[in-house]
Design a protein around this ligand. Sequence first.
Ligand code: GLV
Ligand code: GLV
Length: 321
Amino acid sequence: TRPFVFITRKISDNVVSMLEQHFLVEMWCEEEEVIPRELLMEKAKQADALLTMLTDKIDEELLTQSPYLKVVANLAVGYDNIDLEAAKKNNVTVTNTPDVLTDTTADLTFSLLTATARRIPEAIDYIKDDQWKSWSPYMLAGSDIHHKTIGIVGLGNIGQAVAKRATGFDMEILYYNRSRKQDIESELGVKYVSFEDLLNRSDFVVCMTPLSKETEGMFNREVFKQMKDTAIFINSSRGGVVNEEDLFKALESGEIKAAGLDVFQNEPIGADHPLLTLDQVVALPHIGSSSLETRTEMMELAARNIKQVLNGGKALTPVHI
Ligand code: GLV
Ligand code: GLV
């Protein structure tokens, strides 16, 4: 019989058809709803491959109970939803979707930065709520972006693509990364600084670091205190990197000026989330890579990774453990 591929959310028909040429394929046919845990466990027990979302917890329990499983292809560049050690122990290859989403996610990150600095969502509400009575000198006056200092925390592919965009705004670009990346410093015109210097000097602090044991909660009260009181904090990586209670306090007390957030500690958040009560917060529902073109490419890449591994080849974009 043909290997069994289970897809944990409704994806493109074309990608499903491509997999069906080689494999037996089943899919959780909801677009918005996460597959219930019990059903995921049941399907994983029979599956040779899983095409997963970042909302699926692929933990040790699931991996040890899935004897046929050879590959988990995550539809995301991040893979903090997967226990890599347990995958390794169980000889399961994990793949992600790097590169295809780099520019799209950098575009969104920069859009979020400009939207937050120039108060665009507030301005949209202002006009829709019929508050526009006259032009006035300080009406919805925001913060400049051009010629300001941007500090990028985590200079991976997406961080570098954000730096490139900042160049067009004549910004001074600082970065902090676990390892210094001297080779690209002159190419991108970025300066390596300590985390502390970055916090002290940046007008925009942009978090681009993956979520791991080391980075969990790293943006805490102490860190926000070190930023300028005019600083704008942007996060489009993972919510878990931020202590949200501390961020709320920093914003409410004016220790920093504003925040643009595409990701949250516990997603999805509801309209009652405390951060949404603050005018200086611009919130988006985790849409960093969400363009039609890129989401399709991510699906295709995930499917090609599955095909490679199930056919005995090497994954195209394996996560290295
Ligand atoms: C989205 O957050 C991703 O990791 O691709
Ligand atoms: C604003 O519209 C200006 O003319 O400065």
